[in-house]
Each structure stands twice: as C-alpha cells, then as structure tokens.
Design a protein around this ligand. Structure first.
Ligand code: SAM
Length: 231
C-alpha cells in the first residue's frame, strides 16, 4: 500500500503504457502501478547504488522483474534508448526537480505527461514548465502526517493556466490552478506559510539592520498575496 502522497501521484499517471519514476528509492510507486495493472511497464531510475538495490529487492519480492526495471543513472538519462508515456519526479526539492528536467530535456520528446511532487519551492518547477511549454493541467495539496505536499501534472498540449490580471511571480509561487480551486489542504498550507512569514518579519523588525527594510517589504508583499488568495 502507498502513502497518501504517492497515491495522488499514482492517480495522475497516464493509465496503461510506460511510466518512468526518477529518484524511485524503494520503487514503491512503479511496483504499485504495474502490480495493480495501472501501467504496463515501469522504469525505476536511481542515482545512488543503495536505493537502487532497495528498488531491485522490492521488484523481486513482488515478482515484477519482467515489467519493472531498475536503472542506475542521473535523472532522465535512464530514458536513453527507452521511452515513457509519463515521467514522475517526486519527493525532492523544486530546484532539483527543475534541474533534472533541464538537464534531461532531450529525453522528454516522446513523454506525454509529467507528474511532479516538489517538497519545497514548487515555483522553480512551475517556472521551468512554463519556460519549456509544458502546461500545468492539475495541481493539488496533500496532507500527510502533518506535512503538506504539492502535486503537479503537466502536458504539452494543455491550456495555459496563467491569468493575465495576476502577477506572474504570485502565480508561480502559489499555483495558478490552486489559486482558483483552493482545496482544504491548500488553505492550511498558506495559513501556515503566512504565520511563518509573520514571525520572520517580526524578527527583522527587532533586528533594525539597514538591509532589513527591503526584505520586510518583500515579506509584506508575499503576505498580501496570501491574504488575497485566502479571502
Ligand atoms: N520518489 C520517492 C518518493 O517520492 O517517495 C523517493 C524520494 S527520495 C527522498 C529521493 C530519491 O531520489 C533518493 O533515493 C535519491 O537517491 C534520488 N535522486 C536524487 N537525485 C537524483 C538524480 N539526479 N537522479 C536520480 N535519482 C536521484
């Protein structure tokens, strides 16, 4: 059985066909997808030998050696001489996910969908998608064990979700679709974020250093964006 977070990721993978899970660690996701006949074939990509061995053990345990393949490699390089309908990159920071996409652009030609789950700084992922003509089609926030995780799905053909009357930076930060759908866990996430910014701003106020005022302005701007979204 999968975590709530990976269950949402699995739900957004294109049914049938091949999935590549980059940074698969224990290969929980590929084993679940293929084991439950949600996908025909899966590649579990891993940069590190330890997690690769965990993936191989999990695949053997589930007798899926003929339909799930663990490959050692950096990012999307595991797609060399392979294709996948969906690429998943989950459980890493947004900047690392964006870097893996950027470095592996050449391997995305035949990929139809990206399902991405940045643990932090999802704006880096949204920016990369936007600059590379991958359009966000779904976004949500998942609550699990007191933590809040964003899950994003993108396709090349999907409609561009960015609004002309909202600042781009705000939309990249908060999510153009989430700003409209506002699921319960999203509200929770941004209330928490607001309180955190408030604490930082108070600390800066007390510090009275010259650079503080510019930073305070930035924080106020962000807090206003959150207020607008939560109102
Ligand atoms: N995707 C799983 C999940 O969401 O639960 C595992 C996430 S785990 C925190 C991150 C994994 O990504 C680690 O096993 C790490 O070895 C792997 N990783 C980090 N950088 C990578 C890269 N450039 N290419 C492939 N795997 C990478």
């Amino acid at each position: 059985h999968l975590s709530t977070r990976l269950e949402k990721v699995a739900e957004w993978v294109l049914p049938g066909g091949t999935v590549a899970d980059i940074g698969s660690d224990h290969a929980y996701l590929p084993v679940y997808l293929v084991g439950n006949h949600l996908c025909e074939y899966a590649i579990a990509g891993e940069l590190n030998e330890g997690p690769l061995q965990s993936a191989r053990a999990k695949i053997r345990e589930n007798h899926l050696q003929d339909r799930v393949e663990a490959r050692l490699g950096n990012g999307l390089q595991v797609l060399e001489n392979r294709t996948a309908d969906t690429v998943v990159i989950a459980g890493m920071g947004g900047p690392l996910i964006a870097e893996i996409l950027e470095d592996g652009k050449a391997f995305l030609d035949d990929v139809h969908r990206l399902v991405l789950q940045p643990n932090i700084a999802s704006d880096h992922v949204r920016l990369w998608l936007r600059q590379n003509d991958w359009h966000l089609m779904k976004e949500t926030v998942i609550a699990e064990d007191g933590r809040l995780y964003e899950v994003l799905a993108a396709e090349r053909g999907a409609e561009d979700p960015y609004m002309e009357d909202e600042p781009l930076e705000k939309q990249l930060w908060i999510g153009p679709l989430l700003m409209r759908t506002k699921p319960a866990a999203f509200i929770q996430k941004w209330k928490k974020e607001y309180d955190q910014l408030e604490r930082i701003r108070r600390q800066l106020e007390q510090a009275r250093v010259p650079e503080a005022s510019e930073r305070q302005e930035e924080l106020l701007q962000k807090q206003n964006w959150i207020k607008e979204v939560l109102s």
